[in-house]
Write a protein that binds this ligand. Structure first.
Ligand code: ATP
Length: 365
C-alpha cells in the first residue's frame, strides 16, 4: 500500500476556509472508498487576519514546513483593510511561489455546462484552453524592490534563459498531454516582442524550444492582439504561454469568458513542489454567508490529484482526479446547478453536496 500523501492545508482569509472545507470534504470522500488513496493533512494558519492578530502573515517555520509536504492546498489570502506598512497587500501565495520556485501558473479555462455564456457564439460552449503564466520573474521581478527617485518610480522586467527554458518545456509537455486527450496540441507564445527587448528575447527562446518539439503546433501573438482574440475567438487556442503580468491579466479575462471566478481553478507548479488554489481571492464581501461557490476549489483539488498522480506514479490519484472532474461537470450538466454567484440559489453546501452525490453515483461525463 502507498504511503499517505501529505497535504498542506492553508485556508487563509474570507471565503478561503469556506471553500477549503468543501475541497477537503470531496477529497475525504474519495479516500473513504479507496484504501490506496490516503491523505495526511497538515494544517497551517496564515494570511491577512493572522498578520493583523500577530504581526506575521506566515511564520518562517510554517514556510519551511510546507516544503516537507507532497502538495499544498491553498484557499485565499488578503483583506482590503490589512496592509503591510509600505501599503502592499498580504500576498502569502506569491511568497510561497517565490520560495518554492513555482514557476508555472496553470489556469485551465473550460466552459461549464448550463452556466451563462458571456459570448453569444455557439462555439463558446466548448471553450477549453489553458493559460500558462510564468510566475517567478517577468514584470513582477521588481516586486518588493521599491525604486523611487525625484523623477518618478521604476519597475524592471527580467526574462532569463533558465526561466524561459523551464516554462516553455512545461508548455510543450502540457500541449502534448492535451493532444493525447484529443485537443489541438498547440502552444501560442504571447509577448510584446515588437516593442520590448526582454519580450523579443523571450520570443527567441520560445522559437528555439519549438524547434525541439516539432510534434506540437506553435503560433505567436502580441499581448494586445491576444486581448482582442480571446474575446473574438477563444476556441482557437489550446495552450497560451506568457510572462507573469500578461498572464495575470489574460487569465482573469479568460476566466470571465466562462462564467464566474468561483469556477476557475489553478495550479502553481514547480519542478519539485506545487500549490493548488482557486483563481479567486478571499471575497470578503460575501464571506461568512455560506454562499461562496466552491467549484474552483474542488476543481483545484482535482488538479492536485492529477499532479500527485504523475509525480508519485500513483494511478489511483490520477483516476480520482478524472472522477472528481467528471463529477463536477455532471453536477452542472445533469442537476442544473445554479450558484448564487451566477444569479441562482445554490450555496456552498448545495454545490458540495451535488458533487459528493455525483461522486457516489459514479459514471462519466
Ligand atoms: P484578489 O486580488 O485577492 O485575487 P479580487 O480583488 O480579484 O481578489 P475576489 O476576492 O476574487 O477579488 O472577488 C471578486 C468578486 O468575485 C467579489 O465580488 C466576490 O464576491 C466574487 N467572488 C470571488 N470568488 C467567489 C466565489 N468563489 N463565489 C462567489 N463569488 C466569488
Amino acid at each position: 500500500m502507498k504511503a499517505p500523501l501529505v497535504i498542506a492545508v492553508l485556508p487563509g482569509d474570507g471565503i478561503g476556509p469556506e471553500v477549503m472545507n468543501a475541497g477537503l470534504e470531496v477529497l475525504k470522500a474519495l479516500a473513504k472508498t479507496r484504501p490506496a488513496l490516503q491523505f495526511e493533512w497538515r494544517h497551517f494558519t496564515g494570511g491577512a487576519q493572522h498578520y493583523a492578530d500577530t504581526g506575521n502573515a506566515f511564520p518562517e517555520e510554517s514556510m519551511q514546513a510546507l516544503g516537507q509536504c507532497d502538495a499544498i492546498l491553498f484557499g485565499a489570502i488578503g483583506l482590503p483593510d490589512v496592509r503591510y506598512p509600505n501599503g502592499t497587500e498580504i500576498s502569502t501565495q506569491i511568497d510561497i511561489r517565490d520560495r518554492y520556485e513555482l514557476y508555472a501558473g496553470v489556469r485551465p479555462v473550460r466552459a461549464m455546462p448550463n452556466t451563462p455564456n458571456v459570448l453569444a457564439d455557439a462555439r463558446a460552449k466548448a471553450i477549453d484552453f489553458t493559460v500558462l503564466r510564468e510566475q517567478t520573474e517577468g514584470f513582477f521581478y521588481s516586486r518588493g524592490k521599491r525604486e523611487v527617485d525625484e523623477v518618478g518610480a521604476y519597475d524592471h522586467a527580467r526574462i532569463t534563459g533558465r526561466g524561459c527554458e523551464r516554462l516553455f518545456n512545461f508548455a510543450f509537455r502540457l500541449a502534448r498531454e492535451r493532444k493525447a486527450r484529443g485537443r489541438q496540441g498547440k502552444v501560442t507564445c504571447v509577448d510584446k516582442a515588437n516593442v520590448l527587448t526582454s519580450m523579443a528575447y523571450m520570443r527567441e527562446q520560445f522559437s528555439k524550444c519549438a524547434q525541439k518539439n516539432p510534434d506540437i503546433a506553435v503560433d505567436y501573438c502580441y499581448v494586445d492582439a491576444m486581448a482582442l482574440n480571446l474575446v473574438r475567438k477563444p476556441w482557437d487556442y489550446d495552450v497560451i504561454v506568457t510572462e507573469n503580468l500578461f498572464g495575470d491579466i489574460l487569465s482573469d479575462l479568460a476566466g470571465g469568458l466562462v462564467g464566474g471566478l468561483g469556477l476557475a481553478p489553478s495550479g502553481d507548479i514547480g519542478d519539485t513542489h506545487a500549490m493548488f488554489q482557486p483563481a479567486h481571492g478571499s471575497a470578503p464581501d460575501i464571506a461568512g454567508r455560506g454562499i461562496a461557490n466552491p467549484t474552483a476549489m474542488i476543481l483545484s483539488c482535482a488538479m492536485m490529484l492529477e499532479w500527485l498522480g504523475k509525480k508519485h506514479k500513483h494511478p489511483i490519484a490520477t483516476e480520482a482526479a478524472r472522477l472528481l472532474e467528471d463529477a463536477v461537470h455532471r453536477a452542472y450538466a445533469k442537476r442544473g446547478l445554479k450558484p448564487v454567484e451566477l444569479g441562482g440559489s445554490d450555496n456552498t453546501e448545495a454545490i458540495t453536496r451535488a458533487v459528493l452525490d455525483e461522486l457516489a453515483q459514479g459514471g462519466t461525463r
